[in-house]
Design a protein around this ligand. Sequence first.
Ligand code: F6R
Length: 378
Amino acid sequence: MPDKAGFPHYMLKEIVEQPKALADTISPRVSLGTGEVRLADEVRIGAEELRALRRINIVASGTSRHAGMTGQYMFQELVHLPVEVDYASEFEYRNPMIGRGEITIVITQSGETADTTAAQREAKKKGSRTIAVSNVQNSTIAREADGVLYTHAGPEISIASTKAFTAQMAVLFLFAAYLSQVREELSKDDLGRWIAELLALPEKAETVLRSSSLSACQQLADEFHKFEDFLFLGRAIHYPIAMDGALKLKEVSYIHAEGYPTGETKHGPNALIDEHLPVVIIATCDRNDPGSVLRYEKTIANIRGFRQQSARVIAIATEGDIEIERLANRTIFIPEAPELLSPILEIIPLQLFAYYVAVRKGLDVDRPKNLVKSVTLE
Ligand code: F6R
């Protein structure tokens, strides 16, 4: 087992290792010079077959499923194929209507999760090809897949998954870019621009982790650790990040938290939103993307409404956004990034928030009660 390298907990060490995990996962697979993503040796499914694909299925558990949910947006936008995402533990119960001409991507940090292994076997039985995204070399799920895309995040010891999650999202983006390259969906110039954005991520993650951000998240934890419920909100690709922020808080600090799509609050949860229920909302904006700007404007209107209901709002916003800073009670900034890649940065302050709340409550951060690192029983 690696040592804690001077950190008080593995969870903090692993959060801080994310820039390196991203760089190790991304850089060996892309060439900025030629504008290419190189995954053929890992995917091990021929170009003809990839060009004929009809659908992509994604199955995973917990945090890995949240990565899969972000992948749905990446594949649909870059590859223009329909994508279904499912809980591995539910997969076999709904008689999944999958088969030949499809790929099932199974995402797992450990590569040994029983539910995910069972879902992978079910997908294979139905004739689907499988691609594993695994952080552990030669794991059961990696061995049983047609192709394997490893996340190079290094060993993850803390039970709460952090660096494996951001590396999973990076791998899914790489795979989406690779498929669009093989299927000639993107021009060389566009692909080159995406590669440059991917390569810029480790430095941006470094910015999110500089000491001023760490102390901002720590202060937030000091201020909010006594609340018993939280609502995490996000729209579109930011919704799975809200889900994961809530999951991290639940598992390490034993605080009830729910992740919800922002627009759904009007359909019920709004009845709960007041000064007793802090709202953590992803309110980033990609100014170069009209769809992102539209979603952002709706989010601004939602924040106004929550404030009128006396809720305390913690926002994750894009650097320099003074409007959000004025509206929300607390704002944590992250660097600007294209909307499809921004989730990789947005989750970092939410991981830090969960970590510092757990520390403030004196809990066993790396080994939360009733949980194990690798769930090998169904
Ligand atoms: C949450 C967490 C779990 C795992 C889930 C799947 O922080 O760690 O939700 O993500 O048990 O595990 P893997 O990815 O190993 O299949």
